[in-house]
Design a protein around this ligand. Structure first.
Ligand code: FAD
Length: 301
């Protein structure tokens, strides 16, 4: 069986490598336009969002993701404690109401906030480079789309959702902007979250973000986005900073960052909608999808 994977972002890379693990011949078609994987912060947070809600099946997905990325290259994955700072008294009260539900992830609680016992970030852009190398080393082919293929899997991210490739799916894709800043001698080593997040990259560099915009999806970095990210940064520190980089991308969202797998007879399979939780879920969702594709192919002879 030969499978064509369209799109080589996080989703397509995981699908292509999972197919190869099962001995399937794979061809990848990617249009080379930068997808969201290239700009993503790669943050993995067991209890993200305003309402202290753990992501579903988070522990299993986490274990599988960590093993998958570390098998490619252990230096891609940066485990770091996450400190979720209180926004205000109401926020802290909300945490107290959810405390039991999130207790598996609590390392400690103090006047500043709660520290989760798991956290980290993946170098998503470098992941793509290394995944591509592994894919090619395993005999994978990167080419133009071709007619002769047994199955197709569309992993085209927000571009595919905005084009309406799978028709009625609908989307809630959200543009996001991120700054890389230099803050001298701060020495903050934890990931901080509050109204956004801040990731220490090492040395005096930090990534901070991100905005969420549901309109104007096609435009790049903006002055307004930069101002809003700077405001997020001010929620973490009053120190002087220098902006070193400013990027924007569009998160592929269908419903609450839950991955969606679809099949259409005339097109093939789709994996999309990874949203803000792509890093944690992509490896396990890709494995599930590959198992389905293989078992359907076996059933249809
Ligand atoms: C600002 C920002 C911050 C983020 N932060 C995080 C985070 O902290 N943690 C996290 O888990 N996630 C984060 N994300 C989300 C993360 O980027 C996505 O979940 C994930 O990268 C989506 O991967 P994908 O493969 O579905 O899409 P993409 O990475 O967009 O890949 C799709 C690929 O398909 C190609 N393509 C599209 N159409 C075609 C076509 N017709 N033919 C050929 N190729 C095609 C594109 O060029 C692209 O290479 C963030 C995203 C943004 C924008």
């Amino acid at each position: 069986m030969t499978v064509e994977v369209i799109g080589f972002g996080l989703a397509g890379a995981c699908v292509a490598l999972r197919l190869q693990e099962q001995g399937v011949r794979v061809r990848v078609v990617d249009d080379g336009l930068a997808g969201s994987t290239l700009v993503a912060a790669g943050l993995v947070n067991p209890v993200a969002g305003r309402n202290f809600e753990p992501s579903s099946r988070v522990q299993d997905a986490w274990d599988e993701a960590e093993a998958f990325y570390c098998d490619l290259d252990v230096t891609l994955w940066h485990p770091l404690p996450i400190k979720r700072l209180w926004r205000d008294e109401k926020d802290r009260a909300k945490f107290e109401r959810k405390r039991e539900i999130v207790s598996p992830w609590i390392e400690s609680v103090d006047e500043e906030g709660v520290t989760w016992n798991q956290g980290g970030w993946l170098e998503t852009a470098r992941f793509l480079t290394i995944a591509r190398e592994r894919f090619c080393k395993n005999g994978g082919i990167i080419s133009r789309a071709q007619d002769e293929v047994d199955q197709r899997i569309w992993c085209t991210g927000s571009a595919g959702l905005i084009r309406g490739e799978f028709g009625e799916v609908g989307h809630r894709c959200a543009k996001g902007e991120i700054l890389t800043v230099k803050i001298c001698d701060w020495n903050e080593k934890r990931i901080l979250t509050k109204n956004g997040w801040l990731i220490p990259l090492g040395g005096d560099l930090y990534r901070v973000g991100a905005t969420y915009d549901w309109d104007g999806l096609e435009t790049g970095p903006s002055d307004d986005g930069r101002a809003r990210v700077e405001k997020i940064l001010r929620g973490f520190t009053q120190r002087d900073f220098e902006v070193m980089d400013h990027v924007a991308g569009v998160r592929p969202i269908i419903h609450r960052s839950e991955a969606v797998v679809l099949f259409k007879e005339e097109k093939g399979w789709m994996l999309n909608g990874l949203g803000s939780k792509g890093v944690i879920y992509a490896p396990s969702v890709a494995r599930d999808l590959v198992e389905k594709v293989i078992s359907e192919a076996e059933l249809s002879g």
